[in-house]
Design a protein around this ligand. Structure first.
Ligand code: SAM
Ligand code: SF4
Length: 329
């Protein structure tokens, strides 16, 4: 039974939990170059993260995604995955990662019960990859994708953020790579989260419709009815198993079917990515250590705060001051 229903009759069945704000990359659309990270005391402990996951599954959530920052840089991530992976009622357990740590961690994630991985990849050119991520090593990420496949992960999905003037000329190459590797790929429109200093968001905005047109010049796309309880719109190609998805917060608003909430690494429950509405779960966790009921009651009450929709625009204005690494992308 799902106890999480908001004022607009949407059922919340999916929670994304950020396990760290730290990262070994500094992607230009996500972070500024000189980020300051949270002091340890403000970050949820592994035990607190587990409690939150447990509360949500007991309230009817079926899908959990761990994200960050980079989840694989969190100390003890293997144990956390193993603990969450055993929660009854969890049908879909996933992680979004930059892939660089997968050679080291893929086996333990898979053994711990994780079923799906999204791996971010915005360029196949080493120098450009380095410029977009500021510190990333493309070869390590590609090796990480292979490590995940070796470990047994199926239906791996690549996430690519396309920025005008930076990587839009690689759209077809990225689809070809996905086809060769037999993985899915989703293209994400850049969202105005945090002031990233590298560029003005308005300058780099590239719509999903333009991405789709570029792909269709090479591979005709057929709409696919499948959904993964998420905002992606999926398409198929006639001669490949790989699916192509579009996550388009600007051009195709998906709020009316939103079934998700997020928890930041500080324990803030965010009811909407594009609004500041939130409640402080950490305070409750620390006031009632080891008790699940107060936490569950607070989560149920928070459902009334879930706003009807976000109000992102493409004119480059920063509307939400949180950076994506804080939010849990
Ligand atoms: N570090 C992991 C990774 O990069 O996959 C997980 C966290 S990252 C914040 C999650 C996803 O958000 C990545 O696919 C990244 O490309 C995307 N992302 C980050 N900042 C974004 C922004 N401003 N707009 C749209 N997507 C963004
Ligand atoms: Fe790190 Fe992911 Fe943000 Fe890139 S998008 S800086 S990999 S958290």
């Amino acid at each position: 039974m799902n106890a999480l229903i908001d004022k607009f009759s949407r059922q919340v069945r999916y929670v994304r939990i950020s396990v760290t704000d730290r990262c070994d990359f500094r992607c230009v659309y996500c972070m500024s170059e000189d980020m300051t990270f949270l002091p340890r005391a403000q970050v949820l402990t592994l035990e607190e993260l587990h409690q939150i996951a447990r509360a949500f599954t007991e309230l009817g959530v079926e899908k959990i995604r761990l994200t960050g920052g980079e989840p694989l840089v969190r100390q003890g991530i293997g144990k956390l995955v193993n603990d969450i992976g055993q929660l009854p009622g969890l049908k879909d357990f996933a992680m979004t990662t930059n892939g660089a740590g997968l050679r080291k961690h893929a086996d333990s994630l898979y053994q711990g019960g994780m079923s799906r991985l999204n791996i971010s990849l915005d360029s196949l050119d080493r120098d450009r990859f380095r410029r977009l991520t500021r510190t990333g090593d493309l070869d390590k990420v590609i090796d990480g994708i292979h490590a995940a496949q070796d470990a047994g992960f199926e239906r791996i999905k690549l996430n690519a953020v396309i920025l005008k003037g930076r990587n839009e000329d690689e759209i077809v190459d990225l689809v070809e790579f996905a086809r060769r590797e037999r993985v899915d790929i989703s293209f994400i429109e850049e969202m105005p989260l945090g002031d990233v200093s590298d560029h003005s968001r308005g300058e780099t905005f590239y719509s999903s419709d333009d991405v789709q047109a570029a792909i269709e010049s090479r591979f005709p796309l057929m709409p696919s009815p499948e959904s993964t309880l998420g905002p992606s719109r999926y398409f198929r190609m006639s001669d490949s198993d790989s699916r192509v998805g579009f996550i388009s917060p600007h051009s195709h608003n998906f709020c009316s079917t939103c079934n998700r909430v997020r928890v930041t690494v500080e324990g803030r429950l965010l009811l909407c990515l594009g609004n500041e509405h939130s409640v402080d779960l950490r305070e409750t966790l620390r006031r009632y250590p080891g008790e699940l009921e107060p936490l569950k009651a607070q989560i149920i009450a928070a459902m009334d705060l879930k706003p009807e929709r976000h109000h992102f625009t493409t004119d480059g204005d920063v509307q939400v001051v949180r950076f994506m690494n804080m939010t849990g992308g």
